[in-house]
Design a protein around this ligand. Structure first.
Ligand SMILES: Cc1cc2nc3c(=O)[nH]c(=O)nc-3n(C[C@H](O)[C@H](O)[C@H](O)COP(=O)(O)OP(=O)(O)OC[C@H]3O[C@@H](n4cnc5c(N)ncnc54)[C@H](O)[C@@H]3O)c2cc1C
Length: 394
């Protein structure tokens, strides 16, 4: 009997999991035929079938990207691998992980991988849903923000973030918000309108007067630093402070704290203090048999305080989970741990920086690339093109 493997979600973590789980991750041309004959597993993905390349969303501001070019219909990617797609939304996980409940059905499995991504605490601050936009909610929300921006001839724009630190790591989108601030500056300069806009950068997680390379890049661009600031509420036309003072803001781009999906708490999955699926260093969901999780939905075991939720981390974690699940299916103990590493290229349109911290001090790509150069924008675009090409054609 083929083992039934269910993969929840079709974002970075799940697709990297598939890539590392299959013996031959690349299936050009007629290879699906070969896979049909030799497949050892009966694999199913439950998700919406549309992959979104989130790291390119900030470039909506400079019109270098749009929804269409960063979204991939993954049905043929899955078809080439003989993986079934169930277009549905998971609402519960039961029986120690052996049953996945969706809006329209129930699916049994022998092994489960969860890559269902983040949830955002939109109800943490009143008015977040109604009066703020966010690149974190996906391309549609970012497209709405850019079109609102273009309807303004002058104004005040606030960009900010808040981190959930309850699990001891950075459960928040910091890098993309710095990137959005720099790209907003670039977009307004291109329009010849920069002097008619005030850009503020705020976060309760920044200490007043904070220094560093990211702060320098924002200051160079005339962005006003509201370090330590968080409003009491977002309201029509601005924000209200804790002392009742009104601050005018024509537009707010805000990334709330990241946590796990709301349904986790009523499911059989263990939940961390910060609301993530509780996993160990091998990607195993604690206390459950043959259940693994990776990416933004999962917590870390003993993380360094700087490690963020990233596509890059989702890849490292999914790789370990795939290798450990293969071992588990052969009744072997897990041996593959993942490294903690922060690595991303910050695109500022006329400049770029490679932000990098690794727990073993390993540099990115054997130090082949400079840490600061406008050419890094092309390197970042190359990673994107390669990954999207892989999903579309291989
Ligand atoms: C604006 C922005 C810029 C970024 N820039 C970078 C960068 O430069 N470098 C970097 O490494 N990372 C970056 N990131 C972070 C990166 O995109 C995430 O860490 C990554 O997407 C996490 O992968 P994931 O698979 O866990 O979640 P996702 O990619 O969000 O995928 C989750 C999947 O689960 C599905 N799903 C969710 N709930 C359910 C459900 N109930 N049932 C079924 N399916 C479900 C979703 O539809 C989706 O397919 C950025 C993020 C943003 C928002």
């Amino acid at each position: 009997m083929k083992k039934k493997i269910t993969i929840a979600g079709n974002g970075f973590a799940s697709l990297f999991f598939i890539m590392y789980f299959l013996d031959s991750p690349v299936f050009p041309f007629f290879a699906w035929c070969f896979r049909r004959m030799y497949s050892r597993y009966d694999m199913t993905v439950i998700g919406n079938g549309a992959f979104v390349y989130f790291p390119a969303i900030p470039e909506f501001l400079t019109h270098k990207r749009n929804t269409q070019c960063i979204t991939v219909d993954i049905r043929s990617f899955l078809g080439r691998r003989n993986i079934r797609l169930i277009e549905d939304r998971i609402i519960d996980v039961q029986d120690g992980g052996r049953t996945v409940v969706t809006e329209h059905g129930r699916y049994a499995n022998d092994a489960l991988f969860l890559g269902i991504g983040p949830s955002f605490r939109k109800d943490d601050l009143p008015g977040t849903r109604e009066y703020t936009y966010s690149p974190c909610y996906g391309p549609d929300d970012m497209a709405r923000f850019t079109s609102r921006l273009e309807s303004l001839d002058q104004g005040i724009v606030y960009i900010g973030y808040k981190i959930n630190k309850k699990d001891g790591f950075v459960a928040g989108r910091t890098g993309p918000m710095y990137e959005c601030a720099c790209l907003l500056d670039a977009a307004l300069k291109k329009r010849g309108a920069r002097d008619r806009f005030e850009i503020h950068f705020f976060s309760p997680n920044r200490t007043p007067g904070e220094k560093g390379a990211l702060t320098d890049r924002l200051r160079e661009r005339g962005i006003i630093m509201d370090d330590g600031y968080l409003p009491a509420a977002f309201v029509e036309g601005g924000m209200v402070d804790h002392d009742g003072t009104f601050r005018k803001a024509d537009l707010v781009l805000y990334s709330p704290e990241i946590t796990g999906a709301p349904f986790l708490r009523q499911s059989c999955l263990p939940v961390s203090a910060g609301g993530h699926i509780d996993v160990d260093r091998y990607g195993q969901v604690r206390g459950l048999h043959n259940v693994f999780a990776a990416g933004d939905c999962a917590s870390h075991e003993a993380p360094p305080p700087w490690v963020p939720h990233q596509a890059h981390m989702a890849q490292l974690r999914a790789q370990a989970a795939a290798q450990n699940l293969k071992a588990a299916l052969k009744n072997k103990s897990p041996t593959h741990r993942y490294r903690h590493e922060l690595s991303c290229i910050l695109d500022m349109d006329n400049d770029a920086m490679w932000m990098h911290i690794a727990e073993d001090d390993r540099p990115p790509f054997w130090n082949l690339f400079p840490r600061r150069s406008k050419h890094l924008i092309q390197v970042k675009a190359l990673f994107e093109r390669l990954f999207l090409f892989y999903l579309r054609y291989l």
